[in-house]
Design a protein around this ligand. Sequence first.
Ligand code: ADP
Ligand code: MG
Length: 767
Amino acid sequence: MLELSTSIKFVKRVGERVAEGLARRGVETVEDLLYHLPFRYEDRLNPVLMSELVAGTMSSVIGEVRGSVLLTTRGGPLFEMTVGQGLTSLKCMWFNGTYLKDKFKLGQMVALYGKLEASRSSAGRFKMIQPQFEILPAPGTTGPDAEFAMLEMGRIVPIYESLGGTTPWGAKLTSKWTRRVMWSVFEELTEGNIEAQETLPSALRQRLAMPGRMQALRSIHFPEAGTPMVELMSAATSGHRRLIFEELFYLELGLELKRRRMREREGTAFVTDATVRQAIKQVLPFHPTTAQKRVLGEIVSDMRQPQPMRRLLQGDVGSGKTIVAMQAALVAIENGYQAALMAPTEILATQHYLSARKLLAEVLSPRTGKPYRVTLLTGSLDEAMKREARGRIYRGETDLAIGTHALIEDKVDFDNLGLVIVDEQHRFGVQQRFKLMKKPGALDPDVLVMTATPIPRTLALTLYGDLDVSVIDELPPGRTPIVTRQTSDQRAEEVWAFVRKQVGLGRQAYLVYPVIEGAKDDQPELDFAHDVERIEASATVKPKRVSKKVAAKPKQAKLPTPKQELRSATAMFDELRNGALAGLRLGLLHGRLSSDDKEVTMNRFKRGEIDVLIATTVIEVGVDVPNASVMVIEHAERFGLAQMHQLRGRVGRGAAKSFCILMTGPRVSEQAEARLEAMVRTQNGFELAELDLQQRGPGEFFGTRQAGMPEFRVANLLRDRALLELAKLEAARFALEPDPAISKVESDAVWSRLRHQWQRRYGLVEA
Ligand code: ADP
Ligand code: MG
């Protein structure tokens, strides 16, 4: 008898071997399978009439096979089929379609799904290229298939993403297969009278008018006739909403619990008396903005509490987070504690180190009457120096330790760590973030996490649900907006002339390239480019027109994917040095240089000894050279939005008018065009983040695993923001002022479920 917890291998049609494949996709039990939801539906009860089709839309069509032919073209074998409905018909084409040769029979009914394109051929007004198809059962089918015929026809049919893998006889696990397995499971569960255990208190469910869990699942897999297609397709049926809500409710409840636990932990209550205030005032090189003052106030008020601080400081690039962090560090130091500042790259750590030294050089600590002691610890220091640095940290001879992840390596012990600052948090994994917080010692250090990723607030509350959020929403005064232009690399000469002119005016420029050298392999800077490629690959591919002429020898056929020649940092450094930018002082910076070389180059650029820095995205984060006023990005079509925004943030830091020039190669996809257009239109990080989020989806946007973003089974943070708000509200209510209508048994069940299942899944378990 099936139960929800039954291993999937005992399900009819699955078995041992298929189960192994499914396990790789995280489907191990009947329950897991039930949560593999259809990603779209076809209404085969009321199919669209061909005469009502609209070109350019994704459509599902049912029709009868009227003829097919396998053509040999220069592009390879092409299978064409005409599908008719009454007097109208539609042409379908599949490249490399040899395998389809004997698949269809005249008169057979087929369901097709694909993008409709207008066609001028005699075969009809429309065509579909590479549509998905299913052959529909003939009326009066007999044999083993008869039982399932009604799953394919005359109803709203769920379409599943393949779970990968194959059946024991090598067939793909198609949507049809999934449907049959799913149907049998529901049959057996009904027979056995097995109900999915309810996970939401009934009073809550009733108040929100949400169906029971089993009912929700059933209605999503096999919707009743008449369920509005729009609701199904947008996951907005009451069944969908119920499952999404459940998932988000437990997430929010977990975060609530975590915040509660944090409040119970013991941290240091720093004091901020006159001496401390004097200390943080005397280092200020300028008047802080109102926003800087406000967030410092929020941070300091946390630091005074006996609970450990967990705060996220959000501020767009150039908003001046560093000085706020330094001030917070001084509060800890003036209380006799150590502070640690962790940066994601060596360049950035070194930069922080140098600016901390500069900031603190002229002043003495009011508490000790001595200068502040700052130590740099990065992975590239030689062993002796590292040992030396670790010793100073351990013996308490350092007030402020600045470094990369070398700082959280196990060998580093602090004497008396009071505050941890993590810069550009999105570059770190959550695990790393937690590691420094957990240094041995009696008390938890305070933690301040800084990020320039402008995350929409509702999402920030989830991603960083255990943190309080402060936002610097104002740039320091005197910034002039950055003039952003898009241009083709055909006009490179004009761009170089412009760069020359700016250098002539005493300014400096960055030229950024997507790759270090010609080849793309093994170039860490390219990680993002793969992302972009992946995203665009999943967008619709427009295949070239395939000639119908019969070629003498059919070649190995492929969809055309022309390799794009990329201009690289190294090649352009040589080219420009001897060409358009000859006579200027050029520098080259990329991830393959040794740390020493990187540092030397960066420092020369800072000191103004290099006019034009030719680089990869190693300069993306945090680098601060106010005199640099020109940012040229080549192959801008290959960069993600967040990245371009970060890069542009490297200029416009001084008083001079700044420019960002986005140069594009020959092929710019629609999505890339939208990104570039947005960059030209706005400098508002939040606006850009919204578009980025839409283009990439939350998983990619946050770098799911790396950022520690929970993986959802049903919910989609972008689509379900309203339900997220509701879940947050209800979770807080459940935790803080339980509804008297919810019985103790029910609420205990919720807490226990949270502990046993959800915390692990969302990585909310204390590390
Ligand atoms: P980010 O938030 O991107 O880390 P930074 O802290 O690097 O920004 O600051 C950007 C630049 O603005 C730096 O050159 C910094 O010295 C300068 N800056 C920061 N705050 C102010 C201010 N209140 N007035 C003038 N300049 C400021
Ligand atoms: Mg910064």
